[in-house]
Design a protein around this ligand. Structure first.
Ligand SMILES: [Zn+2]
Ligand SMILES: [Zn+2]
Length: 221
């Protein structure tokens, strides 16, 4: 059954119709999680145990630094480093294992991935059951390529044959339109460097390289 805590943000993201809706959900979840660990849940023991154990990936450490909450971050880092120091009593092999594990894990990535899994679950439920949501999917402007690929892959096993057909039809139409507009924009962009266009005006294509890179990499970061 669908859960409102997931269907509301899904509908909101698909209502925006600008940029990739999955990136938009991801950003919202990421912001909530960062606010929580640097705010209300910062002192909660079980969260502290998890942040100590998992640490953060470079991207999320960067975002925590940029969040501007120096004391909560410092307190979290203090208990993280104390726990990491305990490893120094272990053998070199055990240290290597422990430090490799913590370098490869991230508390925020893990939390967000769990939420995103439920987001996908509810998204496919909405598509199968809710006509209004189908229309929203049909009216999307674009998806970043990583999320486009992810949605196509998951849809195969999560939607019934007829729904899968409709879903992929809407998605591929959106993405085809978007990629060909990017392709046209980048061509127009390069033409501006032709001496014959020295006096031409820059149009909407002036940020085509940025938009293409965002689309290829997802909008996160
Ligand atoms: Zn995306
Ligand atoms: Zn992370």
């Amino acid at each position: 059954m669908p859960e409102k805590i997931y269907t509301i943000p899904i509908n909101e993201a698909f209502d925006k119709k600008c940029g990739c809706p999955i990136c938009s959900i991801y950003e919202m979840l990421e912001k909530n999680e960062i606010d929580a660990i640097l705010g209300a849940s910062m002192m909660e023991p079980d969260i502290r145990v998890a942040t100590n154990r998992l640490g953060f990936c470079p991207d999320h450490f960067e975002k925590l630094l940029r969040a501007g909450k120096k004391l909560p971050l410092a307190l979290m880092l203090e208990s993280h480093i104390i726990e990491l120091c305990d490893n120094m009593k272990k053998s070199p092999e055990a240290q290597a294992k422990a430090f490799s594990a913590v370098s490869e894990s991230c508390y925020l990535c893990t939390r967000i991935e769990n939420y995103i899994e439920n987001i996908y679950l509810n998204l496919f439920w909405l598509f199968a059951e809710d006509e209004a949501f189908r229309e929203k999917v049909k009216g999307q402007k674009c998806y970043c390529l990583p999320h486009y690929a992810k949605l196509l892959t998951l849809a195969k096993t999560r939607l019934k044959r007829q729904d899968y057909k409709k879903f992929t039809e809407y998605l591929t139409a959106t993405e085809e339109r978007y990629l060909s507009s990017l392709s046209k924009d980048i061509t127009d962009f390069t033409k501006m460097f032709d001496y014959r266009n020295a006096d031409a005006e820059w149009g909407d294509f002036k940020d085509a390289p940025e938009r293409i890179i965002k689309t290829l990499n997802s909008e996160l970061g």
